[in-house]
Design a protein around this ligand. Structure first.
Ligand SMILES: Nc1ncnc2c1ncn2[C@@H]1O[C@H](COP(=O)(O)OP(=O)(O)OP(=O)(O)O)[C@@H](O)[C@H]1O
Length: 245
């Protein structure tokens, strides 16, 4: 059953989105990519967002990250409203609270891998809880820290991108297909890093087509035609979840 208002509320909610709408107009063509999506993710929770192509997953992630503005509704992170602010303010909030891993990856081409990780640490304005070298070692690419992004393989790029997304010790991690096109071993490494972050209290939301990524999630949100339905991760019976209501 479709339910456009998938709302939970509680003290532990770090990421909340309420009644998100996103309307696109391109010439004559109008698309309602999000039709009243509400969700919340708690501290320490991992949520997988799944759905067919065109369902609105990337649109949702961009709005949750403050990279795009909703046409209606609002997003809050750590209780602070992220949406309906000038881009510079959204960028500031993002650098303090949110880690983002996009499909295009998030590395500046002229900086070494290590400097790419250091950049958000300097911009975040908080003392990082982990050094760039520690993060890169966790991601299994410590020995590639001096390389430029173009010198990395696809799997190394994905891991470096994740290290950058985690660099500012975010309270919310948003990742679009973090394991797309990775071999099984690298996928496991990335998923282990995501689970570790959740165990440390991060609210993790991943857009994914991967069965393995869905398997490690506490909860799954299915998007279809801009509407969300909450369901438990079928491979994780008994894990924390709330049904749509
Ligand atoms: N900038 C844009 N201008 C106009 N329409 C857009 C724009 N971005 C996305 N759309 C439309 O919004 C809808 C949702 O797109 P979105 O990219 O969010 O879907 P998705 O679920 O991420 O798809 P995929 O799995 O293929 O990446 C689609 O119909 C898409 O064509």
């Amino acid at each position: 059953m479709r339910n456009p208002t998938v709302v939970r509320s509680g003290d532990e909610d770090v990421l909340t989105a309420r009644e998100l709408y996103r309307f696109y107009r391109a010439g004559e063509e109008e698309t309602l990519a999000l039709r009243g999506v509400s969700l919340s993710v708690r501290r320490g929770e991992t949520v997988a967002v799944v759905g067919p192509s065109g369902a609105g997953k990337s649109t949702l992630l961009a709005i949750l990250a403050g990279l795009d503005e909703p046409s209606g509704g609002e997003v809050r992170v750590d209780g602070v409203r992220v949406s309906h602010r000038p881009e510079t303010e959204r960028a500031r909030l993002r650098s303090r609270h949110i880690g983002v891993l996009l499909q295009t990856r998030n590395l500046l081409p002229h900086l070494s891998v290590r400097d790419n990780v250091r950049l958000p640490q300097q911009a975040g304005g908080r003392k990082p809880t982990v050094t760039a070298d520690e993060l890169l070692a966790q991601a299994g690419i410590g020995e590639r820290s001096h390389a430029l992004p173009r010198q990395l393989s696809g799997g190394e790029l994905a891991r470096a991108g994740l290290a950058v997304a985690l660099a500012n010790s975010p309270s919310v991690l948003l990742a679009d297909e973090p394991t797309g096109e990775l071999d099984g071993e690298t996928e496991q490494l990335v998923l282990t890093m995501l689970r570790q972050r959740a165990a440390e209290g991060c609210a993790v939301l991943i857009v994914t087509h991967s069965a393995e990524a869905v398997r490690i999630a506490d909860r799954v949100i299915a998007l279809d035609d801009g509407r969300a339905t909450d369901r438990p991760s079928s491979a994780a019976p008994g894990r924390t979840h709330d049904a749509a209501r």
